[in-house]
Every structure is written in C-alpha cells, then in structure tokens.
Design a protein around this ligand. Structure first.
Ligand SMILES: Cc1ncc(C[n+]2csc(CCOP(=O)(O)OP(=O)(O)O)c2C)c(N)n1
Length: 298
C-alpha cells in the first residue's frame, strides 16, 4: 500500500501563525455576520495545532457559510448543495493522511444534505464537520431552515413556523458522532478550542457554531445567542452519552443553549476498520471487472 494510503495516525504539522492560514481572498460576508467568528476560530485552531496547509483540505457545499474554504490557505472543494459530506468522505478515503474539514450551513447540512449526516457519524469517519448554524438560509435571502425557531417569521413562514426545530447536537449524539461540541461563533476562544480538539480527535467530530445572520434572522441576534449560551456544568461527564443527552435536554427546557465539549468517546474509525478488513481477507483483491459485469447481466 502506498504510504499516503495508510490510515491517518497523526496530523502533518508545521509552525505557522493564524494569519498564515488566511489566503489573499477578501472574506465577503455581510457586516456583522457570525461567520467571521467561525473563520477566525478555524484559523486560530489551525495555527494552534500547526496543521500543514499542504495536508489540509476544506470542503463545503453551497451557502454563505460554504464560502469559507475560499478564504483558507488549504486545498479546497466547493461542491454541490448538501454534498460536502460525501465528497469529503471520498477525499478522506482516497487520502487518509490528509486533514479534512467540512464547513457549511444548517440548510446545507440538515435540509438538502440531511441524508448524509447520520452516516458520517455512525461510520465514525475521521473528519471534522463545522456547522455554521444561523437558523436560516442566508445565501438565498431568508427562508426557514430545519433549525429555525418556530416563532421565527421568514419569507417562507410569514406567520411563523409550523414545525419544531431540529437540534443538531441531539441528532449527532443519537447517530454516534464521537466528538460533539457547541459554541457561540462570537466566542472565538471556545470555538477555536473545540475545533482544535475536534481536529485532533480520531473520529467524526461535529461542532455546532451558532452564528448570527444580521440580514435575515432578526430574532437570533449576536446578543440573543450570547445570552442564551451556557457552558455545560462543571463535572459534566463528557464520556457518558446519557449524561450528554440529559445535559442538552435540561438546558433546552429552560431556554438555554448548552455550550462546550458535550460528548467525546473513542471508537474505531472507518479507515481503521477498512484496513483491518483488508488485512483479514489477506490484502486487496484483484477483481475481473468483465466477470462482475457478466454476472450482473439478466
Ligand atoms: C440543488 C440546490 N437547491 C437549492 C439551492 C439554493 N440554495 C443555495 S444555498 C441554500 C441554502 C443556504 O442556507 P444554509 O446552508 O443554512 O447556509 P447560509 O447561507 O445560511 O450560511 C439554498 C436553498 C442550490 N444552490 N442548489
């Protein structure tokens, strides 16, 4: 097996400042957008880890949030709406020695891309997913998203919503993500800490960053997010799945948003399991494609 096809055991590291991870493209979100906080947090985390940009791939779908890779000094793939996950999975399986970071919005991840989310988590694919959760479709000018609060009036829900919002944290806990954290995007210190730990974690790391949209979400302002966010209590056992779910539910019941590291566990990753399987069957097999096609013929 080529060296670069070996499962990733460590990140390739260099010593760089966070500004070195910012490329020359000017970031072009609206003034006051929370996505700037996510970008700053990511750049800081990359510098603290010292990720080598030559071994870093940022992948996104479509949305304001999905523009983030444009601004990062890394390899990047700006893919189809909702399809960052499968593309990133392909990158990771082809080159497990690369660090793969997905960034995208709540619409991209949980509407059109919703079918992919549980599978990245349950397969424990060794990549980091940063959800830039502004509770609205920003790029297309303010439609309701799966994380929109019911009372929020949008262009598609002018009288308020008729559904309860999806909770990305409970969702990821349910489907087996092995690292789950949440922060307000304006809390760059916490956001970068979670991203750093998530990228160093071996497995699927999901980080929900609550990011205000000053143009199309009037209720979840920076102040509202900041006020509602509450660090999980001291002594919270981050290795206990039930405790994690209870902590989230308890906070939600009193209108709070739990932040910090919510859950972390170790489980074999997809690339580890695939490597074990290949070893078990005695190495990669050469298949005669013609025979397989013939077998599939009616
Ligand atoms: C197949 C397809 N359907 C719909 C769209 C239109 N579209 C582009 S971005 C977007 C939603 C973006 O919202 P979100 O992912 O929450 O990101 P934000 O812009 O809020 O950061 C939609 C519906 C599209 N580009 N492609």
């Amino acid at each position: 097996m080529n060296a670069h096809l070996q499962p990733q055991t460590h990140l390739h590291r260099v010593e760089l400042k966070s500004k070195d991870y910012k490329n020359e493209t000017t970031s072009f979100w609206c003034a006051g957008c929370g996505h700037y906080g996510v970008l700053t947090g990511l750049l800081r985390a990359l510098s603290e880890i010292g990720v080598d940009p030559n071994y870093l791939v940022s992948v996104s779908g479509i949305g304001c949030s999905s523009r983030l890779p444009y601004f990062v000094n890394s390899y990047k793939m700006h893919t189809l709406h909702g399809r960052a996950g499968p593309v990133a999975t392909g990158v990771h399986l082809a080159r497990p020695d690369l660090a793969v970071v997905i960034t995208g919005g709540d619409g991209d991840g949980f509407s059109i891309g919703g079918g992919h989310m549980p599978h990245m988590a349950r397969k424990n694919i060794n990549m980091t997913y940063i959800l830039m959760d502004n509770h609205v479709y920003g790029l297309t000018k303010g439609q309701c998203s799966p994380t929109s609060r019911t009372e929020m009036k949008t262009s598609t829900t002018p009288y308020g919503g008729v559904e309860i919002p999806l909770d990305p944290i409970l969702y990821m806990l349910t489907y087996g993500a092995t690292y789950v954290g949440q922060a307000f995007a304006g809390n760059v210190k916490l956001a970068s800490q979670l991203i750093k730990d998530g990228m160093e974690h071996k497995g699927f790391a999901f980080i929900n960053l609550l990011s205000q949209c000053p143009s199309f979400n009037e209720i979840d302002t920076a102040h509202a997010f900041k006020d509602a966010c509450e660090q999980v209590p001291d002594g919270h056992d981050t290795s206990d799945l039930n405790a994690a779910m209870c902590a989230v539910n308890a906070a939600k019941q009193v209108g709070r948003i739990p932040t910090g590291l919510i859950y972390k566990t170790e489980r074999p990753t997809l690339d580890q399991r695939m490597a074990e399987l290949v070893k078990h069957v005695g190495g990669h097999k050469d298949y005669d494609l013609r025979k397989i096609i013939d077998l599939a013929r009616p």
